[in-house]
Structures are given as structure tokens and as C-alpha cells.
Design a protein around this ligand. Structure first.
Ligand code: AMP
Length: 279
């Protein structure tokens, strides 16, 4: 695996493949890799001739300095995992390489900026689109792979690609879970054993909603789902919503749009998100 730290070297290196007519697949990550990230790389390798993974903890998308400072960075282990899986290129830039100037980025993605994650993490998607646009511009991938785990982010990137008319095929990859149902996340390492156990309720509440979707009205279902989060002082629910899969607007009637349940909550000090398609 070739490890590249500068933009110039990356574009020169990828140009040689492009000139040979090879397809380039791209998996952007913030590192602390787990099976969820690796499943994206596996799909990338199946679809594309050359696989590029980036690891960059993007400061502009963090809302709290402590979340940024405490973000896990096991880079040696990440390199080992990517090498084992046969990743072709790892792009591993420093912050100064990606943000050499004090730049402004004013792209607004529309309502997705304000709904759900947008409401609880103001400015988050501005930071996400800022870095993803830079990385897309640099890698110029034929295919880009994103996880359904961050479903709102997936929709935001879809809109970014459409708004800037980028020639990139976006691929959504299924959520990879632990045996107990907890969605894999780099932040899970911050959970202690007891919190990990408690965090199972996220998956259980989503599953409950999916299994009972046909049996209750939406309001009733939401009430029942929220009750999962009431009995433990360590659990703080931010939102549990049933939304339209395309717009993420809350849905009131099941037959009008396809539904997805989305949740964000704190388990102890750690904020977790998850979701599940309902039809
Ligand atoms: P991150 O490093 O958290 O920015 O995530 C990088 C990519 O991996 C994003 O497209 C995520 O949606 C995806 N991802 C993270 N966790 C999972 C998971 N459990 N299953 C599938 N994809 C995931």
C-alpha cells in the first residue's frame, strides 16, 4: 500500500492510473478503523481497479473541542488493517495540508442542514461538505463509498454531488453491527463495558419500531420507542424520529412515503447515532 501525505503527490500518483483507463474508488474516513470502514473498502475493491482510503480527522466538522481532541488515532493499527485488506493508496494528510489558508466555505445543503443532526450539531455538515468537496476534487474518484450508518451524511453528500455536478457514483453501504446489535463506530472505544451493554438499547428500540411499524400509528410508535430511553440516568436521548427516506422530514402517514427511523443519544459521555429502514 502506498502512503501519501501531500495533495500534489496524490494527484500525480492517481493520474498515472487514470491515464491507463483504470477506475478509482474512494473511501473517506476519520480513521480508528473497524469492520464498518473495512466493509466499505471491500466493496470499493470489488467495484474499482484502484482503491483509495483517506484518514483525516477533519477539525471543521467537530462541534466540541474535547470531541476533536479525544478522537481516537490508532494510526499504526489502521495502516496494518488497510494493508491486510489490500488497499492500494492511503491518503494521510496533516491539517495544514488540507487547510493551508484561513478559508471560508459557505455551501448550504438546504433543509438537511437543520434537521436531526443539523439541529443538534450546527455547522457539522458545513465542515463535512468542505472536506469532502476538497477530497473529491483531489481524488476525482469514479465511485465513492459511504456508510448508511451516517444516513443523513449520505444524503448530504448526494446533494453535494448533484449541486456541483460532480461525475461521481455514490455507493451506500449497509450498517455493520456488533453481535449485540450495536452499530460499529470509532466512538465505541470510549464506552466502558457497562455502557456498551446499555448501548444495545439503541438497536433494540430501532428493531422494535421496525417490527411494529405495521401495527401502530406513528405517534404511538414514537412514544413507545422513546420509552426505551427513559429508565437510565446514563442514557440521554437527543432525538428519535421516523422520517421520509429521501428528505428526512418527519412522516405522519405511513403510506405516503418510505420510512426510516433515526436516533441520536448519549450513553454516558459518548454520543451515538443509528438508524434503520422501515420499508
Ligand atoms: P468515519 O470514520 O466515522 O467518518 O466514517 C467513515 C465512513 O465509514 C462513513 O461513510 C461512515 O458512514 C462509514 N461507517 C462508519 N461506521 C459504519 C458502520 N458501522 N457500518 C458501515 N459503515 C460505517
Amino acid at each position: 500500500m502506498k502512503i501519501i501525505k501531500t495533495k500534489l503527490e496524490l494527484s500525480n500518483y492517481l493520474n498515472t492510473f487514470r491515464e491507463l483507463g483504470l477506475t478509482i474508488g474512494f473511501v473517506p474516513t476519520m480513521g480508528a478503523l473497524h469492520q464498518g470502514h473495512l466493509s466499505l473498502l471491500q466493496q470499493c475493491k470489488l467495484k474499482c481497479n484502484v482503491s483509495v482510503v483517506s484518514i483525516f480527522v477533519n477539525p471543521t466538522q467537530f462541534n466540541h473541542p474535547n470531541d476533536l481532541l479525544g478522537y481516537p488515532k490508532p494510526i499504526e493499527q489502521d495502516i496494518e488493517l488497510l494493508t491486510q485488506l489490500g488497499c492500494d493508496v492511503l491518503f494521510l494528510p496533516e491539517v495544514a495540508e488540507m487547510y493551508p489558508n484561513d478559508e471560508q466555505w459557505e455551501y448550504h445543503v438546504g433543509d438537511l442542514d437543520y434537521l436531526l443532526e443539523g439541529e443538534f450539531r450546527p455547522g457539522h455538515y458545513r465542515g463535512v461538505t468542505q472536506i469532502v468537496y476538497k477530497l473529491f476534487n483531489l481524488v476525482k474518484p469514479d465511485f465513492a463509498f459511504f456508510g448508511q450508518k451516517d444516513y443523513q451524511q449520505f444524503l448530504v453528500i448526494k446533494k453535494l454531488i448533484a449541486d456541483f455536478d460532480l461525475k461521481i457514483n455514490l455507493v451506500a453501504c449497509a450498517i455493520i453491527r456488533e453481535k449485540n446489535g450495536l452499530a460499529m463506530s470509532s466512538r465505541n472505544v470510549r464506552l466502558n463495558a457497562q455502557e456498551k451493554e446499555k448501548a444495545q438499547l439503541i438497536y433494540q428500540s430501532l428493531l422494535f419500531v421496525k417490527e411494529n411499524y405495521a401495527h401502530y400509528e406513528i405517534d404511538e410508535l414514537l412514544d413507545k420507542a422513546k420509552q426505551f430511553y427513559l429508565n437510565d440516568a446514563d442514557i440521554k436521548l437527543e432525538y428519535f424520529s421516523i422520517c421520509d427516506q429521501e428528505t428526512l422530514e418527519p412522516i405522519t402517514a405511513k403510506n405516503i412515503s418510505k420510512g426510516i427511523a433515526l436516533v441520536a443519544c448519549f450513553v454516558g459521555e459518548t454520543r451515538l447515532i443509528d438508524n434503520m429502514m422501515l420499508d
